[in-house]
Design a binder for this molecule. Structure first.
Ligand code: UDP
Length: 251
């Protein structure tokens, strides 16, 4: 017998569906095979992507719990389902960049591949209809989304995540170029890491490969039509699974 039963669909995003369950403190996340880029202007179905991202995220969340980084993760169910704690998602996309790539190089005269020391933390307002605009401190205060204390806690959590991911990926020959995380508050007010951590929202380069395209093991393969997207995600999975505890099975 299953430990829960699915309730109504609460939210459908670009890569996941979120369902209520019969337990008030548990929601179910289904990882889809849909790939989108450029604010969903480019779309495709990539068989196996949902499964890869579910497993990679579960491994990383389990690793983070062991390190004391709080997450919404409660366990997995099968290959594409993750059970998580319901959170009030903070409508911010928190990006940390260790190496220049992507939008940073389109918006500023910085060559792709330039090491950023110290790394750069950028906050974006999470709203697809506005194209997820970059925020300044003044704009964040104007929106009143978070208090100064909450902003400090969110940024501190992002830096801890960066340290943990740099160590994890660096240990398996992957360069963590940048990543995006989302955070949320649980019903009792605790700040936890939410969403997912996968090659959909991290840029990862194979340190053993010199070629600028061949080294890419993340969603840039899809954005740039390089092919081999699911194979690249599979390579990331193969490397991290030896370094993380086996994810809990829910129920
Ligand atoms: N990212 C993401 N979702 C977004 C925007 C960015 O997961 O809506 C991730 C992206 O995969 C990369 C990092 O955040 O790892 C920085 O992305 P960037 O700002 O360079 O934008 P992009 O080039 O992806 O448009």
């Amino acid at each position: 017998m299953s430990a829960y039963s699915l309730g109504p669909l609460l939210h459908e995003g670009k890569a996941k569906r979120v369902y209520a369950t019969d337990q008030a403190d548990v929601v179910a996340v289904e990882f889809k095979d849909d790939a989108t880029a450029f604010n969903a202007q480019k779309k495709a179905q990539l068989a196996g992507k949902g499964q890869m991202n579910c497993r990679i995220s579960a491994l990383i969340f389990e690793h983070f719990e062991a390190l004391g980084i709080p997450t919404h993760f409660l366990g997995v169910d099968g290959t594409n389902w993750m059970l998580v704690r319901p959170v009030q998602v903070v409508p911010l996309e928190v990006v940390i960049r260790n190496v220049a790539a992507g939008s940073l190089c389109k918006q500023l005269p910085i060559a792709a591949g330039t090491r950023l020391d110290p790394p750069l933390l950028d906050l974006y307002y999470k709203d697809d209809s506005l194209g997820d605009p970059l925020l300044t401190d003044a704009r964040l205060r104007l929106l009143g989304l978070v208090s100064d204390g909450q902003k400090a806690a969110i940024e501190a959590m992002a830096w801890r995540v960066n340290d943990a991911l740099l160590a994890l990926f660096g240990g398996v020959g992957l360069e963590l170029v940048d990543f995006k995380i989302e955070l949320g508050f649980t019903a009792d007010g605790a700040l936890v890491l939410a969403d997912e951590i996968s090659p959909d929202n991290c840029r990862l380069w194979d340190l053993a490969v010199a070629d600028d395209n061949d080294r890419i093991l993340d969603k840039d393969r899809f954005r740039q039509d390089l092919g081999g997207v699911v194979e690249a995600y599979g390579e990331v999975l193969k490397r991290v699974q030896g370094c993380c505890p086996e994810p809990r099975i829910y129920g």
